[in-house]
Write a protein that binds this ligand. Sequence first.
Ligand SMILES: Cc1cc2nc3c(=O)[nH]c(=O)nc-3n(C[C@H](O)[C@H](O)[C@H](O)COP(=O)(O)OP(=O)(O)OC[C@H]3O[C@@H](n4cnc5c(N)ncnc54)[C@H](O)[C@@H]3O)c2cc1C
Length: 339
Amino acid sequence: MGELLADHTTLRLGGPARHWFTHTDPAAWPDLARTVRREPGRPFTLGGGSNTLGGDTGYDGTVLRMATRGITCRHTGPGTVEVNVQAGEPLAGLVAFTVAEQLSGIEYLSGIPGTVGAAPVQNTGAYGQEIADVLTRITAYDWRTGHTLDLPPAACGFGYRTSVFKARPGRLTILTLTLRLARSERAAPVGYRHLADHLAVPLRTRPPLAEAAAAVLEHRSARGLLLPETGDDSRQAGSVFLNPPVTPEQAAAVRAAGGPLHRDRDNLLRTSAGWLLEHTGHQPGQELQPGIHTSRRRTLTLTARAGATANGFTAALATMADRVHAATGIRLHPEPVHI
Ligand SMILES: Cc1cc2nc3c(=O)[nH]c(=O)nc-3n(C[C@H](O)[C@H](O)[C@H](O)COP(=O)(O)OP(=O)(O)OC[C@H]3O[C@@H](n4cnc5c(N)ncnc54)[C@H](O)[C@@H]3O)c2cc1C
């Protein structure tokens, strides 16, 4: 039997993959890519598995797990530093490194699980910061052509939780990221009201870098947004739905019901998926399928416990989305990727 997806995803669900490769040595990439290309189909690139649902019967294809490590810094001008990172580095470790080096630009991404290489795929973001804000270059291997590409951000189609990498699954494997960060003792301005309140500062204040990162961890912990090592909420993939776009009529109905609205980077009006779930009767700690519960802390997170299956997880997602659609006409789209 091959490697189990359950052993490499934070939901700990999923059967075996037919073929499995782990990428650890950047210098050995050309050889590894040649070997992987001999298998049928394109590989599924896996990072930390914190946004991936493995199917119960496994994956009848190739999984390529990214485990390369390495961070290098280069001074590029007064007050700016370019940081080059291998795709397999944990994102949380990179954030902690930049905060310790007094480099500002990704401090509000503290505490997000997963790898650096996966961050551009859904343009991972939190508290008003997104990885796309600081990216200057991505190197990615194109499985169609067999070439490694050097991609500027403008070629990556970044939007709210999306990119070309997400739009064309299986086409590109991200190998490295280059970020431009500012040398500063201060964090970027706090753009998120609850975090500003937590820090007891006015919105747009620039708190000391380490204080901002610590506040994010505290705030995430209080909201059930950190991945606990043990306990009922330890098997999860974070938020299960994206914040959906709304029509002007839907927005008016959300506003009338006291729901939140915000504009994304493309100026699309969106509401909160978590608010929609609670507004339509879902609650924290609710069992939706055998072993599949909403988190004890947060309705927007689904957790797996004993007896859980991937089929149960997808059935729970469908039930939740149907209920929201029936009540509001708004369609929810799942955030985790199903392999
Ligand atoms: C507790 C918790 C909190 C979270 N909070 C947030 C949050 O605040 N904001 C947020 O945006 N997300 C959040 N997430 C979701 C998730 O952690 C992020 O999306 C993270 O960036 C995924 O990284 P990963 O390495 O685990 O990706 P994986 O689950 O391994 O992969 C996700 C997708 O990326 C692709 N992929 C992975 N690596 C590569 C690569 N090198 N090249 C090409 N494609 C690749 C995979 O094929 C898959 O499609 C949270 C998850 C959890 C469990």
